[in-house]
Design a binder for this molecule. Sequence first.
Ligand SMILES: *Cc1c(COP(=O)(O)O)cnc(C)c1O
Length: 393
Amino acid sequence: MTERSIEQWRAETQGVRAGSAHTQFGENSEAMFLTSSFVFESAAQAAARFGGQEPGNIYSRFTNPTVTMFQDKLAALEGAEFCVATSSGMSAILACVMGLCSAGDHVIASRSIFGTSVQLFANILQRWGLQTTFVSLTDPDAWQAAVQGNTKLFFCETPSNPLTEVCDIRVLADIAHQAGALLAVDNCFCTPALQKPLELGADIIIHSATKYIDGQGRCLGGAVLGKKAVLEPVYGFLRTAGPTMSAFNAWVFLKGLETLHVRMAAHAANALALATWLEQQPRVARVYYPGLTSHPQHALAMRQQKSGGAIVSFDVKGGKEAAWQLIDATRMISITANLGDAKSTITHPATTTHSRVSPEARTAAGIGDGLVRIAVGLEHIDDLKADLALLQR
Ligand SMILES: *Cc1c(COP(=O)(O)O)cnc(C)c1O
């Protein structure tokens, strides 16, 4: 296989061309390597591969050419030295923490992270001796005040799910580094097409490839990106514990990354148009979208991101009943908790993605009973508005 990737390419070109490797058959579309193991030429070569003296594939739990191509392409797009692909976004977070933290360590996490991420830190990792303090995403003083001698990791998501709060990545990175900790940013909502956390000082990027990297709601996957020296233990965890991305899924994500930039621009343009329209509807109490001037961190978001992204949340007047009524009145938009799909999706966070979070914690995070989240897809904006026409009456 011959490498063709060039670092100087512009992002759009990297999406299409980076990380591409080719076999002797001269295929233009990258090959899918569905093989669990790789054959060696000799016992000596096997020993050299296992010992790390010779690079190359060994076994698909931790080396597979299709997965490597995906890792190289995503790393090029994020400007990262190293990428570890995983079986899902959650296993990316798990691998990151398992690789970088030990029992007795402390994590500071934003309160406004994906509901399952809260569960992972608060319930599961806690049982293994990792303490997590949850703080407000947008209050740097709270992060500073939560620092302990054993703080190893800062973890945030920006913009957050579902309220699209935005934090200043550079400010959080400075606080983390002064504390001797690393900053991990879940870049799922923006993707590298809209935001590059490493350039803003973050140490680690987490992805759920399930979302915009796939882009059409097919496969689950995740990734951890950063410096090789930092992520070596994360790769070690993957190699040993095995939350591995399948070659099939890696191939789907490779194809997804080729169109990431055009898709994200189209998603964001649709989202801005929908958010602007929602703000004018009588049944809508409040719209949360970083691309709107009414968003509390609009200026920061526009500095840090290329656009507001594709997630729009809003409070419907009338609480849960009105929110469910709106959702049930849609005919086109998919009622599902997934996001990052060409198909727009609508969800009621309080009773789905965040239902396992206690009511108190939900209220503290600002997730009300009337909140509705739309992950704006690629349908025509007029058809989206028509599907939400109930809000006009
Ligand atoms: C979906 C999601 C995850 C988890 O990813 P899975 O691929 O579903 O495991 C993590 N973070 C964010 C922001 C997400 O939206």
